[in-house]
Design a protein around this ligand. Structure first.
Ligand SMILES: [Zn+2]
Length: 309
């Protein structure tokens, strides 16, 4: 009986996988003049979503296209490129990777003939750990990762030197920040007043914190909030036209930080922290269970140690 059940599940799974055409069905939405975003699911990596869980964007200028982040696989990069080509025949002039997380750079390979820009830290992390990210995503999204290889950035963006990226009428201020990772680049297009906030903003989706420093993250949010934008593209979650994503993000980080600090003081175990009541605002938000649990497991030892020293 068990075997039959197992075999049926296996067959069903195989059929599901077989039936898949590995099409992300990317639909660029126009968010400002010459500017488009591809909005990912507010979910964790899965075979169902193929790793399409983050946002990427592109700006079409007279002199060529600027791509901001390239998704989580070679397939994503290719399909993003196809989607761009349906809108413009301008060449891809440059790609910018906002940080070193795999859902933001593993599509680089599709843009291998372009200049790929990132901060020194991001460039190094991708070069050193890119293969590990691929293995990790292979386990989570399976065949969606076919033929994905690391294509590391080939040009470095340097603070104080590379303050702006200019192409056609578009002038992007490069804002060097940290907190979500050790290096997060936000971009502000002064021409369209569009702010690409990278993963410093998760909107209506609980934040991922595997490389986070919450204190630094909050400082970065306060700086970035000052930008006089009209359109905000978060790293994850829907486009926004107001400051609410900043406020929501800050409230969550403060809640997470306080929970960790208070729990360390009381000597709670991870299990006990996970049983605590959550504020109503976050209780039903996408990814609350997985990301909150991951955050507590990753960050709690640091808070416990801080208390001991
Ligand atoms: Zn990230």
């Amino acid at each position: 009986m068990i075997n039959i059940k197992k075999i049926s599940i296996f067959l069903l799974l195989s059929l599901t996988l077989f039936a898949q055409d590995f099409d992300y069905k990317l639909k660029p939405i126009k968010i400002a003049k010459n500017t488009y975003s591809l909005i990912g699911e507010t979910e964790f990596f899965s075979v169902k979503n193929g790793g399409n869980i983050s946002n990427s964007s592109f700006i079409i200028t007279k002199e060529g296209v600027i791509v901001i982040d390239t998704g989580s696989s070679f397939r994503y990069g290719q399909q993003m490129l196809e989607a761009i080509k349906k809108i413009t025949n301008k060449p891809i002039k440059m790609v910018i990777n906002t940080h070193h997380h795999p859902d933001h750079f593993l599509g680089n390979q599709a843009f291998k003939n372009s200049t790929i820009l990132a901060s020194e830290y991001t460039k190094n992390d991708i070069s050193n750990n890119g293969d590990l990210y691929i293995i990790n995503l292979l386990n989570l999204t399976y065949k969606w990762m076919n033929k994905t290889e690391v294509k590391a950035p080939n040009k470095t963006l340097k603070p104080f030197v590379d303050k702006y990226i200019k192409l056609g009428k578009h002038k992007l201020k490069v804002i060097y920040l940290e907190g979500h990772t050790d290096s997060d680049i936000a971009l502000y297009d002064e021409y369209t007043k569009t702010l690409f906030a990278s993963d410093l903003i998760f909107y209506n989706r609980i934040a991922a914190t595997p490389h986070a420093n919450i204190e630094k993250w909050i400082i970065s949010l306060e700086k970035l909030r000052q930008v006089d934008y009209k359109v905000l593209v978060p790293g994850h979650g829907p486009i926004s036209y107001n400051k609410e994503p900043f406020d929501q993000m800050k409230r969550y980080l403060i809640y997470l930080d306080n929970t960790l600090k208070e729990s360390a003081k009381k000597g709670l175990s991870v299990f006990e922290i996970l049983q605590l009541n959550k504020p109503e605002e976050f209780r039903n938000m996408d990814m609350i269970k997985d990301e909150f649990e991951r955050s507590i497991i990753n960050l709690y030892p640091k808070y416990e140690n801080a208390l001991m020293n």
